[in-house]
Design a protein around this ligand. Sequence first.
Ligand code: URA
Ligand code: CA
Length: 433
Amino acid sequence: MRMVDLIEKKRDGLELSTEEINYIIEGYTNGSIPDYQMSALTMAIFYKGMTEKERADLTMAMAESGDQIDLSEIEGIKVDKHSTGGVGDTTTLVVGPLVAAVGVPVAKMSGRGLGHTGGTVDKLESVEGFHVEIENLEFIDLVNRNKIAVIGQSGNLTPADKKLYALRDVTATVDSIPLIASSIMSKKIAAGADAIVLDVKTGAGAFMKTLEDSKELAKAMVRIGNNVGRKTMAVISDMSQPLGYAIGNALEVREAIDTLKGEGPKDLTELSLTLGSHMVYLAGKAESLSEAREKLERAIKDGSALEKMKVFLSAQGGDASIVDNPDRLPKASYIHELEAKEDGFVSEIVADEVGTAAMVLGAGRATKESEIDLAVGIILKKKIGDKVQKGESLAAIHSNFENVEEVKEMLYRSIKLSDTAKEKPTLIYGEIT
Ligand code: URA
Ligand code: CA
């Protein structure tokens, strides 16, 4: 087989076979296919697309390019949840203990990640002593015993995707639905999921800005999952403004605890119950979505979800007393209120910019080497549609700097007020199965 012939084939809009896709991914991973040929191929894919069969083949070839986690020793159907990313998205911290409380095994592999706030692992590390550096055997044992554990990301998960994503980034070929969908799905499959619930975000703060594109990405991922034997469904949810009120690591842990107590923000609670219900249903722990939801609501009411959070944290060395005593979480030295300069209604909260403001405070990493300040971040006091009076707080800035003028300016620019009331945005735009 010659790579040049395969590039030509895709250039002319023909379908690549399973063997050809395997040849490409193996060759690119081991270095025998050079970047310049791979970039020509990705550009051809960008223009000609990929058939359903090609997408499934590409996903599996990438999933098999490195370590794959074997979760077969865990009893039950392992359902993973994946979010395409947003600002202040605390759902994993809520949904994990919540579905575990009703018996769904949660075997989560998580990373730190770049961006506005840390990844799930960073957030959890704001709990004193908590760590994810555990052996595979212990990980599996913990899930069997407690129904939930989190392990740090293997350095050799889907190396083909890592290399390809870096190449796409510098060749203007990131924005291709088949490539994005295969990239995301390959990582979920390598991480051992039997079934997958996707939370595809839409809006200004999301990777996909329009509902149209979000739906298309969701459909593409759902088709891939089902074609490779993993039951997959997607929820399309709003990211026109940050989810919940908290953006920041320890602040989000606290918000998750509030939500598990039944005292969380409405949007975060609703989205967690929706995603959680689908997970419970796919795991075979309920006959219907409504039964799944009832179970989850009960787990919040009777305290078992909160109890599960404690068990989970202490099993991995964490100080579970923060659950009853969130004041013991890391705290910033200063809380600066962002006072409204006029009366009005909140008409827009540009999620990206609020996220960047949190990063400037130190809540997120700009580069892999940056240190994160787990205590800092932003608590929104108002969301879109809320009425505001001059002098009222729009947000609290939790900072370890005395001077936060730059951050205040950023937030004033991103939280927009209007004279007339604006409707609250839809939270859930649809489900794709
Ligand atoms: N996120 C991914 O993991 N892969 C892509 O290609 C795009 C976004
Ligand atoms: Ca939040």
